[in-house]
Structures are given as structure tokens and as C-alpha cells.
Ligand binder design. Structure first.
Ligand SMILES: NC(=O)c1ccc[n+]([C@@H]2O[C@H](COP(=O)([O-])OP(=O)(O)OC[C@H]3O[C@@H](n4cnc5c(N)ncnc54)[C@H](OP(=O)(O)O)[C@@H]3O)[C@@H](O)[C@H]2O)c1
Length: 275
């Protein structure tokens, strides 16, 4: 099944920066009609102007259920349908797991997990009712992470939210298949966006950014996502070696723990205050 991007209605959360913003740029160039949301309305309006002013922008904080409902309602009122719903909004905090405050723990789940499930819950009745287009009634794309399959020090709770998103995608994919609704999860490795600065800004902890083999450009990640929208597949892994590496790591937890322990010491050394 290949879906035509021209005229496709795509709703994206977290479109004011990074992956969501680049997705808007690439999809707009391919002729899709977009509903773009995030908390920073000024950024969304500026992006829409750059793209010719033809898209819908909706201010929404996905950690708030009523904002998720409004985003979906405004999108449906404007376009009448949603061909692909991209649950992308999210953030991380670089902090040891036991040092997360209970509030931080709840907030990160509220945005990354409930921000995903609340948008899906709000959209599902309309998605299930709409006519198929190019053989597909709709697609739900959830931007998870490579960390969904193996957590590492300093991103434990963040990885837990990404694992939760993956579990939701896996179940939904089977549950909705007979309704011709495709479900795709996306698993980037470290990608050059504002993500690292936000995660460091919230904790003060700096993580090594990794060499060229361990980071990806946002353009590359989004090209793979666009391919996954055109031709829906279960999982998009923009960095294939990581997909294989993580499967091997899962079979050898003790060895993986030892490797990650070395990484943890390196981060602790680099973050030790200079005397
Ligand atoms: N960059 C990476 O290394 C990486 C790797 C794997 C997975 N990911 C995932 O990719 C997704 C996008 O991240 P990114 O790298 O593009 O980061 P980014 O550049 O920081 O962009 C994050 C986007 O999410 C939005 N957002 C954050 N909290 C929100 C909230 N409560 N309500 C609505 N929007 C919210 C931000 O908009 P506002 O601040 O304007 O609301 C922004 O548009 C995230 O889910 C992240 O977990 C990123």
C-alpha cells in the first residue's frame, strides 16, 4: 500500500521544534495539509508562514487532556478527517532515576505517555468512522525512541515513557489492523534537535553527545518517517545498526550492564564540579 502524500491530512504534536518541525517542512513540500500543535504558538505561526501560511496551527499542551481533545476537535472541524496522527511531543530529563522528584516523574509521564494516549483517545472515534484513502482508513504514528528497548543510566524514567509508548503501539497495531488503521512506532537514536538542551537544562547534567555514528541529523530521521507515512510499516528505525545492537544487548543483560556502568562513570566524571 502506497499512500499519496499530496492532499494527505497530517496532524502533528510537538511541531514547534526538532523532529515535529522538520516533519512539517518535509510533508508540506510533498503537498500534505497539516495541523500543527505545540505550546509555543509564536513558533508554530512563524513555521506556518515559512510554509506559505496554508496549514492549521493549534496551541496545545499535551499534558492537559482538554488540550489534546481541542487539538483533535479543531483539526477535524477544519479538515474533516485525519489521515496520519503523529504523536511526537515529548521531552527528557538527564537525571539519575532515584533523584527524579515525584512531580518530575508524574510530569514526564503526563506529557510523553498520557499526551500520546489522550490524543489517540480523542481521535479514535473519527478515525474509525472515516472512509479509506489509498486503502488505509488512517495511520497513528508514535514517536518513541531506541531507548524504548533498552534503558540506560540518566534516562531511566524517560526510557520508561518511551517503552510505554512502544507497548501501546504494539497492542494498537493488532487491535486496529482489521479496521485498516495502521500503527507505526518510530525509534530514533540521539538526534540533533533541541532535545539535549532541554534535557540538560532541566537537570544541569550533561551527557556526551557521541560521535558521528551515534547521532543522526533530524533531516535523516524525518525522511525515514515520511517514508513510513507513505508506506506504513510497524516500526521505523532510522539507525539500523542500533536496532540489531539492542536485540543483542537484550540477550546479554549482564554484559550490557557492565558497558553502561563504564558510560555512567564517564558521565559522573565529566559532571563533577571542578575544584
Ligand atoms: N532528539 C533525540 O535525540 C530523540 C531521540 C529519540 C526520540 N526522540 C523523541 O522525539 C520527539 C521529539 O523530540 P525532538 O528531538 O524533536 O525534541 P525538541 O526539539 O525539543 O522538540 C520537542 C517538541 O515537543 C514539544 N513539546 C514538549 N512538551 C510538550 C507539551 N507538554 N505539549 C505540547 N508539546 C510539547 C515542543 O514544543 P513546545 O515546547 O513549543 O510545546 C517541541 O515542539 C520526542 O518525543 C522525543 O522523545 C528524540
Amino acid at each position: 500500500m502506497r499512500r499519496n502524500l499530496r492532499g494527505m491530512i497530517v496532524a502533528v504534536t510537538g511541531a514547534s521544534a526538532g523532529i515535529g518541525k522538520e516533519l512539517a517542512v518535509q510533508l508540506s513540500a510533498a503537498g500534505a495539509k497539516l495541523s500543527l500543535s505545540a505550546r509555543r504558538l509564536d513558533r508554530l505561526e512563524e513555521l506556518n508562514q515559512q510554509l506559505g501560511g496554508k496549514h492549521l496551527v493549534v496551541q496545545a499542551d499535551v499534558s492537559k487532556r482538554e488540550d489534546c481533545e481541542q487539538f483533535v476537535a479543531k483539526t477535524l472541524a477544519h479538515f474533516g478527517r485525519i489521515d496520519t496522527l503523529v504523536c511526537n511531543a515529548g521531552y527528557g530529563i538527564y537525571r539519575l532515576t532515584h533523584e527524579y522528584s515525584p512531580e518530575e516523574m508524574r510530569e514526564i509521564f503526563a506529557t510523553n505517555v498520557f499526551g500520546t494516549t489522550d490524543v489517540i483517545h480523542a481521535a479514535a472515534p473519527a478515525l474509525l468512522k472515516q472512509e479509506s484513502r489509498d486503502g488505509c482508513r488512517a495511520q497513528i504514528m508514535i514517536v518513541s525512541s531506541a531507548a524504548a528497548r533498552r534503558s540506560t543510566p540518566f534516562i531511566g524514567p524517560y526510557s520508561a515513557t518511551k517503552a510505554a509508548q512502544l507497548s501501546i503501539a504494539e497492542a494498537l497495531r493488532v487491535e486496529l489492523k482489521s479496521q485498516r488503521i495502521a500503527v507505526t512506532s518510530v525509534h530514533p537514536i540521539m538526534t540533533r534537535t533541541e532535545f539535549g538542551a532541554v534535557a540538560e537544562g532541566m537537570s544541569g547534567v550533561k551527557l556526551p553527545r557521541g560521535g558521528p555514528g551515534f547521532t543522526q541529523t533530524v533531516e535523516h530521521v524525518v525522511r525515514r518517517m515520511v517514508r513510513g507515512i507513505e508506506k506504513p510499516i510497524p516500526e521505523v528505525w532510522p539507525h539500523r545498526p542500533t536496532r540489531i545492537g539492542i536485540l543483542v544487548a537484550a540477550m546479554m543483560p549482564r554484559v550490557t550492564d557492565m558497558t553502561l556502568k563504564r558510560f555512567m562513570r564517564r558521565v559522573e566524571d565529566e559532571n563533577r564540579p571542578q575544584t
